[in-house]
Design a binder for this molecule. Sequence first.
Ligand code: ADP
Ligand code: MG
Length: 262
Amino acid sequence: MAAGETNPPAPVLVAARDVHKAYGDHEVLKGIDVDVRVGETVVILGPSGSGKSTFLRCINHLEAMQKGSITVGDEQVGYVTRNGTLYHASPAQLARQRRGIGMVFQQFNLYPHMTVMQNIIEAPVGVYGEKRGEAEAYARTLLKRVGLSEKANAYPRQLSGGQQQRVAIARALAIRPRLILFDEPTSALDPELVGEVLETMRDLARSGLTMIVVTHEISFAREAADRVIFMDGGHIVEEGPPDQVLVAPSHPRTRAFLNRVI
Ligand code: ADP
Ligand code: MG
């Protein structure tokens, strides 16, 4: 059963309302409404340029939107409310809000001069002031979870792309987020390395983590998603359970897209 169908339903963690984003006069998001419930895995599909990355970046306020709102928990990331008025969050407030949100990118973005262990504890210790010993202990738990216990002292260049991406996932988990955003996490990998990363992500989805995943991996969407959203041209064209959107899509643009990628 999908997390969103439990009784009573899990609370909404991410609520996007009428999100609009433009670069200059180029409108990229034209009114996005999404609810993601605690424990759900939501996969976002859509052609290149449809606004998927921009939407993810709006969720953790790497981009400011022009209209609409996104709340994570009961906070609007990037903003604070005082006496009913919305203010921009200070850097410290934004850092605290972002602590609840992990992000995994297509390019793993590991620090090349740091070991795997140093990469993973960098944010917890360097940004959030956790004790080094505790952060390292948790990092070892995470490395075990992503199947890389033996690689704590390796440097990124000594790892395959699939291993590097699994380290990047461990690093995202190290801040103990309640939400992880994945932006095409397997698109930069050689085909034979895609499976190990998707397997790690399936484990995370099963463990009840809340995940929003932009990917072209239809098999992952079919097996791991509670809900699939198809975006095109800055709109959500359709959404629903994977059986519906992937097998019997109702919109011709969804059908055309699936015919191209499957
Ligand atoms: P997707 O991830 O679905 O491929 P993006 O969200 O990356 O799409 O991009 C959506 C549109 O916004 C594209 O037309 C892209 O060129 C444009 N865009 C993305 N980022 C910027 C930026 N920083 N400045 C200007 N245009 C951008
Ligand atoms: Mg993108």
